[in-house]
Design a protein around this ligand. Structure first.
Ligand code: IPM
Ligand code: MN
Length: 347
């Protein structure tokens, strides 16, 4: 039987709960379609940091490299480890080391889910640059703690990095409605964002079948609320994409529904699949985290592995579940009850 090796990194907060809830669904989806998922679990987290002084072992990246995919819950427990330490020690290095430059985040309403907008007919695919830009980590601080203190955080936009994410956006648009929105702030940021706009125009010539429109980030934020149905594929830099996808999560009914895939399109290293919501310390032990974002991320993993039928089965089971109202309202149903309903719908 065909089998895929999956590194499970449940992480912190609600991460373990949603991964444990989602995993049996993915295993069942696999076995129904005649393949297996072989999981290896890694305890890398803020608890691991307390014991070892590191978020993952020094050879953690090398260890993960051998897997077919990584399935991650959430990273961060700010009461004990500063976020800038935990995230730069685990999640962000994986995205960068494995060149997972395309962070794909779908935003649409599942059946039975009422978002905060009066509109229901939107289907947005956000594509967030995931390895450079405002998250490059370039910068430093001098004169620390004195009145002369200076903090510099330099965004890095390389031709290679911008071209590959835009190209990915154009390709995605081609497989959907043929419409691409490219997001910058080139009226204020005159170097990097003007460069991004120029690259967008240059690439557009190679994709005459794609209708591309450039938006400024502020206008895009407003449009996602007032006219989300006019959008299809949206491509943005790392930080802009981060912000827009929390907005996307909000209009789709909440972070409990927001899935994501950190993709290495050339498949030179494993890709990583994780819900957008993070560790949510406030609800960590209540058993009410919605596992749907994680299960949906798992469906994206199955799709990436080439198991399209199993991925479609999982999506159908999620939709059948929310259509019955289960997991459709934030905080109402228990994590396990929702996951069990999806499992039952899967058959
Ligand atoms: C996300 C998260 C992360 C990010 C944080 C936890 C560093 O907000 O995946 O959207 O900003 O990328
Ligand atoms: Mn975010």
């Amino acid at each position: 039987m065909k089998s895929y090796t999956i590194a499970l990194v449940p992480g912190d907060g609600i991460g373990p709960a949603v991964v444990d809830a989602a995993w049996p669904v993915l295993e069942r989806a696999a076995s129904r379609r005649g393949f297996a998922l072989a999981a290896t679990r890694f305890p890398w987290s803020c608890a691991f940091y307390r014991e070892t002084g590191k978020m993952m072992p020094v050879d953690g990246i090398d260890t993960l490299r051998g897997f077919d995919a990584i399935f991650l819950g959430a990273v961060g427990w700010p009461a004990e480890v500063p976020d800038a330490v935990s995230l730069h020690g685990l999640l962000l290095p994986i995205r960068k080391a494995f060149t997972q430059y395309a962070n794909i985040r779908p935003h649409r309403l599942l059946p039975g889910v009422e978002g905060p907008l009066r509109k229901t007919s939107f289907d947005i695919l956000c594509i967030r640059e995931n390895t450079e830009g405002e998250y490059a980590g370039a910068g430093g601080r001098v004169h620390v703690g004195t009145p002369d203190e200076v903090a510099v955080e330099t965004a890095i936009f390389t031709r290679h990095g911008v071209e590959r994410i835009l190209r990915f956006g154009f390709e995605q648009a081609r497989t959907r409605s043929g419409r691409l929105a490219s997001v910058t702030k080139s009226n204020a940021q005159k170097h990097s964002m003007v460069f991004w706009d120029e690259m967008t125009r240059a690439l557009a010539k190679q994709y005459p079948d794609v209708e591309v429109t450039s938006y400024h980030i502020d206008a895009m934020a407003a449009r996602m609320v007032s006219a989300p149905e006019t959008l299809d594929v949206v491509v943005a830099s790392n930080l802009f994409g981060d912000i827009l996808t929390d907005l996307g999560a909000a209009i789709q009914g909440g972070l409990g529904f927001a899935a994501s895939a950190n993709i290495n399109p050339e498949r030179t290293a494993p890709s990583m699949f994780e819900p957008v919501h993070g560790s949510a310390p406030d609800i960590a032990r209540l058993g009410i985290a919605n596992p749907i974002a994680t299960i949906w991320s798992g469906a994206m993993m199955l799709e990436h592995l080439g198991e399209r039928e199993a991925a479609a089965d999982v999506m159908r089971a999620i939709e059948a579940t929310t259509a019955r109202g289960i997991g459709a309202q934030p905080g109402r149903d228990k994590t396990d009850a929702i996951a069990n309903a999806v499992l039952t719908a899967l058959g």
